[in-house]
Design a binder for this molecule. Structure first.
Ligand code: MG
Length: 349
C-alpha cells in the first residue's frame, strides 16, 4: 500500500487525484487538506487552511501530492523534500519561487520529486534512463490558450469570463488565466530548468494547439522523443502516484487518425509574460519568486476587475523592475520577497 497525502483536495487536480486513488487498490488516502472548502470525511486526517506541514507530520505519508495553488504550497514542498518523502508536485509555483531551496532540500532528503504538470511528466518520461550529457534540448508545448492568434490590440478588452474559457484543458481559475496570458508556460519554463537542470537557452516553447504532444526531448544524435496523449490530468497524476509502475486509468488509448499536429512559434509581443518569465529565470536569484508573486497578485486583481488583461503583464514587469533580485537564503527571506512583489502590484493596480 502507498500512503497518499493530498493537499489541495477540492481543486481540479485534487478531485481528479481522488478519482485515481479510489480506482487503485494499492493507493490509500491517509490525509487530505484544502485552503477553505470543507474536506470532512475525505480521509482519516483532514485539515482546512493553516500550516499543512502539521497535517503531514501527523499523517506520515509515503507520497505527498501537492496540488495547492500558488506560493502557499511552498512549506509543504520543502517539508516533503527535506524528509525524503516522495513529492508528486502539481504546485509548480513552489519550484519556481524556491527552486534552489527546493533542490537543496531534495539533495538532503534524498527522495523522489515527480512532476505532475503534464508537460514535465511527459519530459520526465522521455528522459527516463538517459544521461544529461546525451540530451541536446527540451521543448515545452503550449496550447496557446483561448487567445492564440490574437494581436495585442485585440487583447486590450479581454474579460475574465473570456480568459476563463480554455480550449483544451479543464483547470482551476488561476492556471486557466495563466494559460490565457502564457504566464503558465513561463512558470513551466522555470520549473523545467530546475527539474531537469538545463540552462534556459536549451529549453524552448512551441505552440501545439490540440494539446496532444505534451513535451519533446531532443538528443545529441539527432533523435527527438515526444510524449503524446489526450489532454487528461488523470494520466500524469496516476503516473506520479504509482511510479515506477504504470497503473491502468479510464483514459482511452490515443486515436491518431483524425488527430491534428501543428506547431507554431509563440507571439511574445502579444503575450509578454512568457518573455518576462524567461528573463526572470535567466537573471536568477529571487527574480523567479518576484515573477511568480507579482503574477499571482495581478491575476487576482484581473479576476476582481481591478486590472485589465494586458495590465497583468504590465504589473509583473513593474514588480520585476522594482525588485533587487537578491537570492533568498531561506523560506523566511523568500516570504519577504514574495510579499514585497505582491505589494508592488497592488500599488500599481
Ligand atoms: Mg502544464
Amino acid at each position: 500500500m502507498t500512503r497518499v497525502a493530498l493537499l489541495g483536495a477540492t481543486g481540479s487536480i485534487g478531485r481528479q487525484a481522488l478519482e485515481v486513488v479510489e480506482a487503485n487498490p494499492v493507493l490509500e488516502l491517509v490525509a487530505a487538506a484544502s485552503g477553505s472548502t470543507p474536506v470532512d470525511g475525505l480521509a482519516p486526517l483532514t485539515q482546512v487552511g493553516g500550516d499543512l506541514t502539521e497535517l503531514l507530520e501527523r499523517a506520515q505519508p509515503d507520497v505527498v501530492l501537492n496540488a495547492v495553488v500558488g506560493f502557499a504550497g511552498l512549506p509543504a514542498t520543502l517539508w516533503t523534500l527535506e524528509r525524503g518523502v516522495t513529492l508528486a508536485l502539481a504546485n509548480k509555483e513552489s519550484l519556481v519561487a524556491a527552486g534552489e531551496l527546493a533542490l537543496a532540500a531534495r539533495e538532503r532528503g534524498g527522495g523522489l520529486l515527480l512532476p505532475v504538470d503534464s508537460e514535465h511528466s511527459a519530459l520526465f518520461q522521455c528522459l527516463e534512463g538517459r544521461r544529461t550529457d546525451e540530451l541536446d534540448s527540451l521543448v515545452l508545448t503550449a496550447s496557446g490558450g483561448p487567445f492564440r492568434g490574437w494581436t495585442r490590440d485585440r487583447l486590450a478588452d479581454v474579460t475574465p469570463e473570456q480568459a476563463l474559457r480554455h480550449p483544451t484543458w479543464k483547470m482551476g481559475r488561476k492556471i486557466t488565466v495563466d494559460s490565457a496570458t502564457l504566464a503558465n508556460k513561463g512558470l513551466e519554463l522555470i520549473e523545467a530548468h530546475f527539474l531537469f537542470g538545463l540552462p534556459y537557452d536549451r529549453i524552448s516553447v512551441v505552440i501545439q494547439p490540440t494539446s496532444v504532444v505534451h513535451g519533446l526531448a531532443r538528443f545529441r544524435d539527432g533523435a527527438a522523443l515526444a510524449h503524446l496523449g489526450a489532454p487528461d490530468m488523470r494520466v500524469p497524476i496516476s503516473f506520479a502516484l504509482t511510479y515506477p509502475d504504470r497503473a491502468p486509468t479510464p483514459v482511452p488509448p490515443l486515436e491518431l487518425a483524425g488527430t491534428t499536429l501543428e506547431f507554431e512559434e509563440p507571439d511574445l509581443e502579444a503575450f509578454p509574460l512568457l518573455r518576462l518569465a524567461r528573463e526572470a529565470g535567466e537573471r536568477g536569484g529571487s527574480y523567479p519568486c518576484v515573477f511568480n508573486a507579482a503574477n499571482e497578485a495581478a491575476v487576482e486583481s484581473f479576476l476582481a476587475g481591478r486590472l485589465s488583461f494586458l495590465g497583468v503583464a504590465g504589473a509583473v514587469e513593474h514588480a520585476l523592475a522594482e525588485a533587487d533580485g537578491a537570492a533568498a537564503r531561506d523560506l523566511e527571506e523568500l516570504t519577504v520577497v514574495d510579499a514585497a512583489a505582491r505589494r508592488s502590484v497592488e500599488v500599481a493596480a
